[in-house]
Ligand binder design. Structure first.
Ligand SMILES: [Mg+2]
Length: 374
């Protein structure tokens, strides 16, 4: 039995763990019982679905649980998830200072830019983050608040975010959200012109919440968040690649495995993503430019710090290249690799929210992946 339900058939996309549990036994009393039991189980931090205990038997349930925990080493995964989220915020804050600058202008102004000092064209406070981080936090909140994946929840969260007058909004993002506000349809029309990086930059909460789920389900959830604003094959493919790289980093895979796996798959389907031809200076918000800079910086450096410095000093859409490579490198190198001075420099409230969401999205992922087995 799959755990995917369509709570709103017109939207196509909604995945709700609780609905599935209740469907197993049916009936109002059972629903109430399962709901209460599920809350109780969650309160003692056991990712056990009571419906499965009843229908499949204790031994199989516990075997699955123990095997999964053995494989994922929960504390280590949570640590990497926190590092990925903090890496996103740090990369955003570091890069925002030099967004839209040419590499030569950065050299003239800073030599090598490597301090989180705010400023830039947005005139940021030191440590302030931009839309990359705040949209991710809005998305994470939408998932955690209702403990489900639902495209309308996500669109409403983005709409609320836009109404909060964020410091920066991309054109495609604004258009998609306004389209939802006017039509109530959460999916933007497919467009070959929407190959910007605005959906990829905020994908991290989905990557965390789908860890352990199968590929097909992960893609479905990724499409929900991205298609609110960016309904485009290039954007979709890059997002799939980034999510896979983060999951592989959690599994302890090395960079070669990433290059041979999701990156090779992306390049085969979309050769424009090849990053071995020339150095990607001044990457634009076009997702292909962005990902070339991300790949070159991540694969050609050996530490989180070098990777981030390398990418933001290319200028261009530096906050977003910083954010995307920050989440991948954070997951790969871990929290200890992020310079303390950078973590300290980013707004304290933002780092606290990143940490909180990372921990709870990983908790959510355990339950989501467990239900998938039903
Ligand atoms: Mg930004």
């Amino acid at each position: 039995m799959m755990n995917v339900t369509q709570s709103n058939p017109s939207d196509e996309l909604s995945i709700n763990c609780l609905h599935e549990r209740t469907a197993v036994l049916g009936g109002a009393r059972n629903i109430a019982y399962l709901f209460d039991m599920s809350r109780f189980m969650r309160s003692v931090r056991l990712a056990v679905n009571p419906a499965r205990l009843i229908t499949r038997g204790l031994s199989e349930q516990w075997n699955n649980l123990l095997n999964r925990n053995k494989k994922t080493a929960t504390d280590e995964i949570t640590g990497k998830a926190v590092a990925a989220y903090c890496g996103l915020a740090v990369g955003d804050a570091l890069g925002a200072t030099v967004e839209f600058m040419l590499p030569s202008e950065i050299v003239h102004a800073y030599g090598v830019h490597k301090k989180i000092i705010g400023g830039g064209w947005l005139k940021l406070r030191p440590g302030q983050v931009t839309d990359d981080t705040t949209m991710a936090l809005a998305l994470g909140e939408a998932i955690l608040n209702k403990q489900r994946f639902d495209i309308t929840d996500m669109a409403m969260a983005f709409d609320k975010w836009l109404k909060g007058k964020p410091v920066d909004v991309g054109n495609t993002v604004r258009r998609g959200i306004v389209n939802f506000r006017n039509t109530k349809r959460p999916i933007s029309p497919e467009s070959e012109h929407d190959a910007g990086n605005g959906a990829c930059m905020r994908v991290l909460p989905v990557a965390l919440a789908t860890y352990g789920a199968d590929e097909e389900l992960t893609k479905r959830v990724s499409r929900m968040q991205s298609h609110v604003t960016h309904n485009n094959d290039y954007s979709d493919a890059a997002i799939d690649c980034v999510v896979s790289m983060i999951h592989m980093a959690f599994d302890g895979d090395d960079k070669k495995a990433m290059e041979d796996g999701p990156v090779a798959k992306l390049l085969e389907a979309f050769p424009k993503y090849r990053y071995d031809k020339k150095h990607q200076h001044n990457p634009s918000a076009y997702i292909v430019d962005t990902m070339r800079a991300v790949f070159q910086s991540f694969f050609h450096t050996q530490t989180f710090e070098d990777c981030l410095i390398e990418v933001v000093n290319r200028g261009g859409d530096a906050d977003t290249t910083g954010a995307i490579v920050g989440m991948i490198a954070g997951a790969y190198y871990g929290l200890d690799s992020i310079p303390h001075s950078w973590l300290k420099a980013v707004d304290r409230d933002v780092i606290a929210r990143c940490r909180y969401q990372a921990e709870h999205l990983i908790d959510f992922s355990k339950e989501f992946a467990t239900n998938r087995l039903m």
